[in-house]
Design a protein around this ligand. Structure first.
Ligand SMILES: Cc1cc2nc3c(=O)[nH]c(=O)nc-3n(C[C@H](O)[C@H](O)[C@H](O)COP(=O)(O)OP(=O)(O)OC[C@H]3O[C@@H](n4cnc5c(N)ncnc54)[C@H](O)[C@@H]3O)c2cc1C
Length: 367
């Protein structure tokens, strides 16, 4: 089997890259995923598209990239036929205690520099109808940060690839290793007990935290845990996302996926290698922090818990780049922002591979 482009990894980045390459007319594309598409880190994401509230002061590049990606989302989803997957309830960013107010204040000033509609609210439990704890001293509200049903997005992208006449999808198939000879990559693959090889002219690695033999840089896995609760509007009538800033309990969020009937409570940031198992302590941290801000979660049934590994690059910026002299490319290191940045990633991958051009917002996303 001989392909023009091979993509390894069917997470949000591999799938969006496949979409944009196919949309640009690429022929004979193959996407290889060792499990099922969308079941890696992308699956446990909370689906926030929150460039304004995800930002830390040193992340201006991600901030601008995120604003661009967010603007692209409605049109992209329209083309995919799932415009209804976006939810526009805005985001509250909450200071948990008086100690956290100065930091939230500095963030607010920073965000205002970009002329983004954002509102400062003292004692939000008193001054809004959002069911927050009366102890919360301050919050900001950003109407433009939205959330998405990212599971629907992942499924839709997979179906798009699966049904495209120029694409082949190989699930439950792992790349064991590859080599480049006579202008082709030879990919050695394993499906169940069978090993076989295929050839591709170009190769794109979107493997998240997982290493591919002989390829650097390697990603740093940053573990994030989350709990899923059942949504019940009679107990907790919450629709906007609530993000929590706390010096004592760490940062976190409550994301009401009310349209799907559940609430996602997250998350931790842990350096524990490749350990993907949820732990009592990690889940307790998520729930305790969320309870301090949104006490109504206490009564909600616990549905499940989960954990995923965010791929962080050594330079703490994503990588969309050619690796070495052969037509080997990498799109990885999307850390906390893979869902948000997916349309930009796909667009940037397509222009790099097809035109050898860097997207103006990804100039420094080098390996
Ligand atoms: C708790 C949590 C909450 C998050 N919330 C958000 C959020 O609200 N918004 C946001 O924008 N981002 C969020 N993120 C970050 C986001 O989930 C990641 O940035 C994104 O999922 C990374 O996507 P990816 O495609 O690079 O990796 P993955 O989704 O991990 O995909 C990589 C795929 O490659 C496959 N693979 C690896 N090696 C091989 C191989 N050798 N052969 C074949 N296949 C292989 C894997 O099986 C996997 O499916 C969150 C992350 C976590 C952990």
């Amino acid at each position: 089997m001989d392909f023009s482009i091979g993509i390894i990894g069917g997470g949000i980045i591999g799938l969006s890259s496949a979409y944009f390459l196919l949309e640009r007319g690429v022929k004979r594309l193959v996407l290889i995923e060792r499990h099922r598409c969308g079941w890696g880190t992308s699956h446990v994401a909370a689906g926030m598209l929150a460039p304004i509230n995800e930002i830390e002061f040193h992340e201006t590049q991600i901030f601008e990239a995120g604003l661009y990606a967010l603007e692209k989302y409605p049109q992209w989803l329209q083309r995919l036929g799932i415009a209804h997957a976006l939810y526009h309830d805005g985001t509250y960013e909450v200071a948990l205690e008086a100690d956290d107010v100065p930091y939230l204040g500095r963030l607010y000033q920073f965000q205002k520099q970009y002329n983004i509609p954002i509102e400062w609210i003292d004692y939000p439990a008193k001054n809004t109808d959002i069911p927050l704890s009366p102890h919360v001293p301050a919050a900001t509200f950003t109407p433009s940060d939205v959330q998405i049903d990212h599971i629907l997005l992942l499924q839709t992208l997979k179906t798009y690839v699966e049904r495209h006449s120029e694409a082949t999808l190989m699930e439950q198939t792992a790349l064991l290793r590859f080599e480049y000879k006579q202008q082709h990559f030879h990919l050695y693959l394993k499906k169940e007990e069978e090993t076989f090889d295929i050839k591709t002219e170009r190769l794109l690695l979107c493997t998240g935290v997982y290493e591919v033999e002989g390829v650097v840089p390697k990603m740093i896995p940053v573990k994030g845990q989350m709990a899923v609760l059942r949504y019940d509007a009679s107990i907790l009538p919450l629709r906007p996302v609530v993000r929590i800033r706390s010096r004592h309990l760490g940062n976190g969020y409550v994301v009401p996926k009310y349209h799907l009937g559940f609430v996602v409570v997250g998350s931790t940031s842990e350096m524990r290698g490749y350990d993907e198992e949820p732990s009592a302590g990690g889940i307790m941290d998520c729930l305790r922090r969320a309870y301090a801000v949104v006490p109504g979660i206490y009564e909600l049934p616990l549905v499940r818990v989960g954990a995923g590994l965010r791929p962080q690059s050594p330079k703490e910026l994503p990588i969309i780049d050619q690796i070495g002299d052969t037509p080997l490319y990498m799109a990885n290191g999307f850390y906390r922002h893979g869902i948000l940045l997916a349309p930009l990633a796909g667009e940037a991958v397509a222009s790099l591979i097809l035109e050898h051009k860097r997207h103006h917002l990804t100039q420094q996303w080098c390996y």
